[in-house]
Each structure stands twice: as structure tokens, then as C-alpha cells.
Ligand binder design. Structure first.
Ligand SMILES: CCCCCCCCCCCCCCCC(=O)SCCNC(=O)CCNC(=O)[C@H](O)C(C)(C)COP(=O)(O)OP(=O)(O)OC[C@H]1O[C@@H](n2cnc3c(N)ncnc32)[C@H](O)[C@@H]1OP(=O)(O)O
Length: 250
């Protein structure tokens, strides 16, 4: 059961979370009474959205090595020499996933236009969260390669527990969304086992535990890249929500 990011996006379109107008396209809004309508602006006025999960000069050797390890497995060669989709798919990552769907009608236009994805809002490459996600639909797994930058310090020389939780929520949340469509985190249960040194590269491995009605249960382990050190263990619960739940301010 191999599927592509394009198919994931189509799934989102079907679920009504994305509309063709809102999907990664710069838009402005007009207010008519209390109803805000998204209007697509000509694409030539805006640069293409930047994929923040591509290598940049801040990536260290281990980050690059792990990126290449998974990236190589996104496309495989058949015996006949043809290329086909491999077991892993790289997920692109932008600083704003949905230009207009987030926030609902209660946010001011200023906040709407300035809102950015928490993990992608620092412009200085390498300073905070450098990460890339890969998904394996066959094994119902998601893997994130993370390089934790100097702005994430908690205990001296080590990564802040809240920054680790942020990344766990991001990875398990993305995984749950792929598996179940629109969801929100209801519960994250994190055990911190060993501190993560600042500047190091770690792996976050997210696995589907079970699905029960609206509930998606995910587990996630943060380890060193060779798997020898366990940094954190997490169980997470996501609840499926309707798109209107997200748009209406709950
Ligand atoms: C092209 C690329 C594709 C990939 C594209 C990826 C895009 C994606 C990227 C996202 C990356 C960032 C991911 C961040 C994700 C957040 O950070 S979300 C923000 C943090 N979370 C929140 O703010 C949620 C706040 N809470 C809520 O809104 C509501 O409580 C919830 C969670 C929606 C649930 O409310 P509800 O729908 O009314 O559910 P409710 O009826 O209360 O409960 C339903 C059931 O769940 C159980 N339940 C509810 N809460 C709990 C709980 N905390 N613990 C245990 N059980 C619970 C209830 O007991 C009940 O069980 P049953 O009786 O049915 O057995």
C-alpha cells in the first residue's frame, strides 16, 4: 500500500481540511459581514513556498547521513532499471501548512497573516529545530531526523524538555493526521530517560499502536541515531475532529 504526498494532500482535500484555494498558495482575505473568504492571489507575485526539510549549510554530518539513509529509500530501482516509489516517502515542510484555515474567525487579520508553524519560525538555519520527516505506509511508521540547535537549551548543554515534547507532538501529530485525517492531541505521556546534548542529531520513531473509533493511539521513541541510547518514550492519543472544529475556534 504505497502512497505519495500528493495522495495525502488529495485525502486532505476530500476531508475538507484543505481547499484548492488554501493549499500552500498565498491568499488574502476579504470580510463580508462576519464571513471571511479566501481569495487566491496571482502566484507570480509570490515565491514558491520553501521546503524547510531540505538540507542546508547548518546540517552536520550525522544529520546529512541519516537524511541520505532515508532519502535513498524513497525511490528504488527495479530489476529492469526503472525507478519506482520506495518504502519511505519524504514529507515536505513549510513554515505555514494552511494559509487560511488555521485560527478560525476569531483571530485578527494581523495575527492570521503573521502566524507561522512553531517549529519553523526561526530564520537562522541551525539555531533551533532542524528536522525532516519520512513516512512508511506499509509499516505505519513515521521517522524524524532532528538536529537540535543552540536556542533549544534547557539544562546546561542539553535540550529543553518542552522542545523535545514539541517535536514529539509534531511527529506523532503528523503521523496521526496521515493515518486518520484531521486530529488534535488529547494526551501526550512522556518519559524522559536520558538528556539530549545540544547540537546532536537524534531519531524520533513514531508507530501506530491502535485505532479505536475517533481515537488514534501512537507511540514514539527518541533515540540516538544508532539506536543505542533511549532518550524518551511517549504514548500519545489523538482524537479525530471535523474541519469545522478547527475553523470555528472549537
Ligand atoms: C502534505 C503533508 C501531510 C502531512 C500533514 C501533517 C499536518 C499536521 C501537522 C501537525 C503537526 C503539529 C501537531 C500538533 C498537534 C497539536 O498540538 S493540537 C494542540 C493541542 N491540543 C489541543 O489543543 C486539544 C484541546 N482539546 C480539545 O480540543 C478537545 O478536548 C478534543 C481533544 C478535540 C476532544 O474533545 P471532543 O472531540 O469533544 O472529545 P470528547 O467527547 O471529550 O472525548 C471523546 C473520547 O475521547 C476521550 N478523551 C478525550 N480527551 C482525552 C484525554 N485527554 N485523555 C484520554 N481520553 C480522552 C474521552 O474520554 C472520550 O472517550 P469515549 O467515552 O468515547 O471512550
Amino acid at each position: 500500500m504505497a502512497w505519495s504526498v500528493g495522495r495525502i494532500c488529495k485525502g486532505f482535500l476530500r476531508l475538507g481540511l484543505l481547499s484548492k484555494q488554501t493549499q500552500l498558495i498565498p491568499v488574502t482575505s476579504v470580510s463580508v459581514g462576519t464571513v471571511r473568504t479566501a481569495v487566491t492571489l496571482p502566484s507570480f507575485l509570490f515565491p514558491k513556498p520553501r521546503d524547510f526539510s531540505l538540507p542546508n549549510s547548518s546540517w552536520g554530518l550525522e544529520m546529512m547521513r541519516m537524511y541520505e539513509h532515508y532519502n535513498r529509500q524513497c525511490e528504488v530501482e527495479t530489476e529492469g532499471g526503472q525507478k519506482q516509489e520506495g518504502p519511505w516517502q519524504k514529507l515536505p515542510s513549510y513554515n505555514r501548512l494552511l494559509k487560511y484555515a488555521t485560527g478560525g474567525v476569531y483571530l485578527s487579520e494581523m495575527i492570521q497573516s503573521k502566524a507561522r508553524l512553531f517549529t519553523r519560525n526561526i530564520r537562522n538555519p541551525g539555531a533551533a529545530f532542524e528536522y525532516v520527516l519520512f513516512v512508511n505506509s506499509e509499516e505505519q511508521k513515521c521517522v524524524c531526523v532532528l538536529q537540535a540547535g543552540h536556542l533549544l537549551e534547557g539544562p546546561p548543554g542539553h535540550v529543553h524538555g518542552g522542545a523535545i515534547a514539541t517535536m514529539i507532538d509534531t511527529v506523532t501529530g503528523t503521523h496521526a493526521t496521515i493515518l486518520s485525517g484531521p486530529v488534535m492531541t488529547a494526551n501526550l505521556n512522556i518519559n524522559y530517560r536520558r538528556p539530549i546534548p545540544l547540537g546532536s542529531t537524534v531519531l524520533l520513531e513514531s508507530s501506530l499502536e491502535k485505532k479505536e473509533g475517533r481515537k488514534t493511539f501512537i507511540t514514539c521513541r527518541v533515540t540516538s541515531t544508532d539506536g543505542s541510547k533511549l532518550h524518551t518514550e511517549t504514548s500519545a492519543l489523538f482524537l479525530s475532529i471535523s474541519a469545522s472544529h478547527l475553523l470555528s475556534g472549537l
